[in-house]
Every structure is written in C-alpha cells, then in structure tokens.
Design a protein around this ligand. Structure first.
Ligand code: NIG
Ligand code: FE
Length: 413
C-alpha cells in the first residue's frame, strides 16, 4: 500500500541524522520543511518529496492535509494508565495541606490503588484502560508506555501486565510495557522488606522475563519506598533476565537512586525534581535519558525539575505525563508540553523533541519511531494549525486533527 500525505504547511521532522536522540543544545534544533509531502509504503516512510513532484509518484491513496502541520506521532514515555479506583478523597486532603508522602506513610497513596486493583478482574482493568488509551490517541499519541505497580503480589502484577498486553493487541498504537513491582511495599510486607524484594527477584522477574510480559523493569527509590541497595539487587536480576531498566528517583529525597541507575546504564531516570546541583554533570556524557514530569509538580503543588540546568549540562531530556491516580491525575500530554514551557522554561523546539525523538530514546524505540525519517514508521500527529508553536501556546486545548499510525488514519477529529 503506497500513500502520499500532501499539502501540509509544515512537516516537523525532529530528525537527527541517524543519531536518534538530542542532547543539550541539539534539543533546540527542530527541522521544519515546507512545501513537501511524505511518501509512505506499507506503513514506513519512504521519501519526503517536494509538493511539485507529487504527481510523479504512483500511490494508492493521496491524503490532502489542507495546510495543516504534521509532526512525528507523540510519545508518552511514562504513564501508570493501568489502575483502578479513585483517590479523589486523598486529593481533597492534599488540597487541605496533607503531604503526598504523609498519605503514603499511613498506608494510603499507592496502596489505596493496590487494594482497588486487587479487587478488579482482568476484564475490569482492560475496560478501565480502554477510554484512557483512546484519549491519548485523540491527542496524537502513537507510542504509549504503561507500567504495572499497583498489584504488588505475583498474581496481581501479572494480571496488570496481561491487561497491558491485551490493550496492546486491541489498539493500533505501540504500547511499551513496564514491570513496576518495586513501586512500594504492599501491606503484607510492611515489616518484611527483604521478603518482598526476594519475591520480586525470585518469582516475579523470572516469570515476566520468560513470558516476555514486559520490556522494562522500573522501581521507586525513595525514603518511603525502596533503598538504593534494594534497587541494586532488583536491577541486577532484571538486567540479567534481559529487561531494560528505568527508575523513579530524586522525587522527594536523594537516597542514592540516581547513582544506582547510572551504574546499571538504565535507559531512563524519571522525576528528578530534587536533583542536586552536583549531579547535573552526571548526565553530560550519559546515554540515560532524564524524563521530566511537570504534571506531578502541578498536581502536588511541588517544585519543578531543573530542565534548563539539565539541558545546559548536555543531558538527553524527555517529557511525559506520569498519568496516575495519585501524583499526576493528568491525562493530557499537550498540557504537559505547555507546563514545560511556562514552569520549566523549556523552548518550544526542546519540548517537541522531548515528546518525540527523546521520548522514543527513553523507550529504546528510537530506531523505529520518534522522528519523520526515511525507514521509520509512518506515525504522525497532524494538527489543525499552520505553526507548531500553537500546540504549546494553546494551553489545555487540543488542536489535533488526525492521528496516523503505520500510515493508517486511526483517529480524526
Ligand atoms: O510517578 N513516584 C511514584 N510513583 C508514581 C505515583 C504513583 C501513585 O501515587 O499512584 C509517580 O509519581
Ligand atoms: Fe511514575
């Protein structure tokens, strides 16, 4: 099947010339081509040709974009979309001044959602996730990461990973699956942390790796969750089993998570709201992506991660929603993009790279998605405007017109 997407006012390619990520100053570079069309075959970009040459190409279908703009399909590289229940009551407490960590310490927070997930069937979880995933697609998201982490026992972590697998089969977008057994300690292991770590490394990880139920192993390194020593043990077993690594770290405290993640060459480290000035330079030559989550700072009314300092230090920076019921109940990647501009002072070009090519790198998918380049998947987000700045400038508004996955229009406003 040959297709031509023609008559876009801008093609924002986010291309890197084969490097497939952008660090430091490179994040400001955003190739924008005018008066060109994209030629695709069997879901792959084959050529980017001047509009005047379009008639020389034989195609089965010509899609006229009527002056709209076309970007690489957006990538949300950090979400907890697989959850049940509501934490609206805890949200009310937070508004009244109770701290997120305080709620966690008394057994609420993540464990409130664990109870709801344990009381839900596989079908319940799939049904809960469907409209959420559809909402991401309606924003132009073509690759979506989803974590487990609300089961926290063998049966329920596997149930969540199965639900994510079913979602990947139902929807045309690419779902990247992450095992987050080390999210927090479940109530039955409150006083037996080593017992829970043993369960993760001896039973959960071997089963998940053997059955290919996840691409990544993630953890939460915090004073209220796992120590760096525990994460070290989990990461050693996970990476030997063939899982790639991610870590929630430097969110509230600095307890050694960053160094452990870098030691294990984690694909990404996520959060970094309290990253220490001494640690900025650790990203200068590192291939580990710094995934920043400004929705958490908004939702918890908390400090924002030092995006400018990371970029000055040559880091590979990505952005994501961290969509979850407790710390970022924000299913809106466009809002995250606007927050990154307003609160973290990221430039619009940096932001677009951070939700496309660098987000692809944070998911180890940068060879196939994240930019509009010959040989990559024809995954596009088409916006109803003539200038890419409008996507960030229109705060909380969805300008998306079409979501295109593997060359097929899968959503149209
Ligand atoms: O990324 N930091 C830990 N985990 C999630 C929050 C999960 C929750 O509160 O349910 C996060 O912020
Ligand atoms: Fe998270």
């Amino acid at each position: 099947m040959k297709k031509i997407f023609t008559n876009a006012s801008q093609i924002v390619t986010a291309k890197t010339g084969g490097k497939n990520y952008k660090r430091g100053n490179e994040l400001s570079e955003l190739e924008v081509i005018e008066n060109h069309s994209i030629f695709c075959e069997n879901g792959i970009v084959k050529d980017i040709i001047p509009n005047y040459a379009v008639n020389k190409f034989v195609a089965d279908e010509k899609i006229n974009l009527n002056g709209k703009i076309i970007l690489p399909g957006l990538i949300d590289c950090h979400t907890h979309t697989a959850f049940a229940g509501s934490r609206a009551n805890e949200f009310k407490e937070k508004i009244a001044g109770v701290h997120y960590e305080e709620i966690a310490k008394r057994g609420g927070g993540i464990n409130t959602t664990v109870t709801a997930v344990r009381n839900s069937s596989l079908t319940d979880l799939v049904e809960l996730m469907k409209p959420r995933v559809q909402e991401f697609i309606a924003q132009g998201v073509t690759t979506l990461e989803i974590k487990s982490g609300y089961g926290l026992d063998f049966e329920n972590e596997i149930k969540l990973l199965h639900a994510i697998k079913i979602i990947n089969e139902i929807f045309p977008i690419d779902i990247v699956s992450t095992f987050l057994g080390a999210h927090t300690f479940p109530p039955e292991f409150k006083d037996d942390h080593s017992g829970y770590v043993d369960l993760v490394v001896n039973k959960m990880i071997p089963h998940i790796a053997k059955n290919k139920l996840a691409d990544f192993c993630d953890g939460f390194c915090e004073s209220t969750a796992f120590t760096s020593k525990e994460i070290d043990k989990i990461f050693t077993v996970a990476s030997n089993a063939g899982l790639k690594l991610k870590l929630h770290t430097e969110q509230f405290n600095n307890v050694g998570g960053l160094d452990v993640a870098l030691k294990h060459k984690a694909t990404s480290v996520d959060h970094l709201e309290v990253l220490l000035a001494n640690d900025f330079s650790k990203f200068t030559n590192s291939e580990t992506v710094a995934v920043l989550l400004p929705g958490v700072s908004l939702f918890l009314d908390y400090q924002f991660a030092p995006a400018r300092k990371l970029i000055e230090n040559n880091a590979i920076v990505a952005l994501a929603t961290d969509y979850n019921p407790g710390s970022s109940h924000i299913l809106n990647l466009h809002l995250i993009m606007s927050l990154a501009a307003i609160k973290m002072k990221m430039k619009i070009e940096e932001i677009i790279n951070a939700v496309t090519i660098n987000a692809a790198k944070a998911l180890n998918r940068e060879q196939s998605v994240g930019s509009i380049e010959i040989g990559k998947k024809a995954d596009f987000a088409v916006f109803n405007t003539t200038d890419y700045s409008d996507i960030v400038y229109n705060v909380g508004r969805n300008l998306l017109s079409h979501t295109i996955k593997d060359g097929e229009i899968i959503f149209q406003h």
